[in-house]
Write a protein that binds this ligand. Structure first.
Ligand SMILES: [Fe+2]
Ligand SMILES: [Fe+2]
Length: 273
């Protein structure tokens, strides 16, 4: 299978980059499954139903979230009727929505998508390792799922690497999100799981993490309340990871970073062109 994972969509530039480029990439690379983190897609803060529908219509099979899951209150309601929208699986019991789902892709495959949040320098949630373990036990790769994608929404690289190795051999891809900056460590681990510490963001990189740089810089210099944080509005870049898996086992065969758009040096899976 051919999988594409894209990092946090930040505001309109991120959404535009996805809606303008993804339909063409799906065809050109004959993608079987696309998962995108959408936690900052609504003005930098959360997601709403219209934007969720827009991202799915552009070619995403599933959308993951993170610490910004509930910034738009309507998400608490519509997530219950949107099985392709996932929030972290290790939120407390009784939290609306779901943290994992076996997704039927347009290509006819079944992909288990899991969203989990780290605990280092983040909200103290349930044990992320145990929470994902439970999902993998009920839906093992190569038996129930054709592929497994785990989005580890976390601050600390150590926690993300630990999770990559812990799930190595049981997932097609363990990929980090949340820092909005892509790392250069994409690879296939020894057990056959593709890994990248952070997918980066889909947004305007002429910014501080996708938000307008002037207000962000000001907040570091002057410790006074100021203007609202707004997304930077220049052209957005797509950022993430492409993975080719073995159809029988679900394990990764090769990986490539994806960066398409201005500001960052462009790169893509040349083995698919
Ligand atoms: Fe984010
Ligand atoms: Fe985040």
């Amino acid at each position: 299978m051919r999988l594409l994972f894209l990092g946090d969509i930040v505001g309109r530039p991120g959404r535009n980059a996805v809606t303008e480029r993804l339909p063409g990439l799906r065809d050109r690379w004959r993608l079987d499954c696309v998962v995108i983190n959408g936690e900052n897609s609504a003005g930098g803060f959360g997601i709403n139903e219209a934007i969720c529908d827009e991202i799915l219509a552009a070619g995403a099979d599933a959308i993951t979230l993170g610490n910004h899951s509930w910034d738009q209150r309507e998400t608490l309601v519509f997530i219950e009727r949107q099985p392709r929208l996932l929030r972290p699986v290790n939120y407390p019991q009784g939290t609306p929505g779901r943290g994992a789902n076996l997704i039927d892709t347009r290509s006819g495959h079944r992909v288990l998508v899991v969203n989990v949040m780290g605990r280092l320098y983040m909200d103290p949630l349930d044990d992320p390792f145990a929470a994902v373990d439970r999902e993998l036990e009920t839906c093992p790769m190569g038996q129930v799922a054709d592929a497994v994608i785990i989005d580890v929404h976390a601050e600390a690289t150590s926690e993300k690497e630990a999770m990559g190795h812990y799930f190595d051999g049981r997932a097609s891809l363990v990929v980090g999100t949340h820092t909005h900056v892509p790392t250069a460590d994409h690879r296939v681990l020894s057990g056959g799981t593709a890994y990248m510490s952070d997918a980066g963001m889909c947004g305007d990189y002429d910014s501080v993490l996708g938000m307008q740089k002037e207000e962000s810089i000001r907040r570091f210099i002057q410790k006074t309340p100021g203007a609202r944080m707004e997304p930077a509005l220049g052209e957005g870049t797509l950022s993430g990871i492409a993975v080719e898996t073995d159809d029988r086992t679900g394990l990764a065969r090769r990986v490539a970073a994806v960066r398409l758009g201005p500001n960052l040096e462009e790169t893509w899976p040349r083995f698919w062109d």
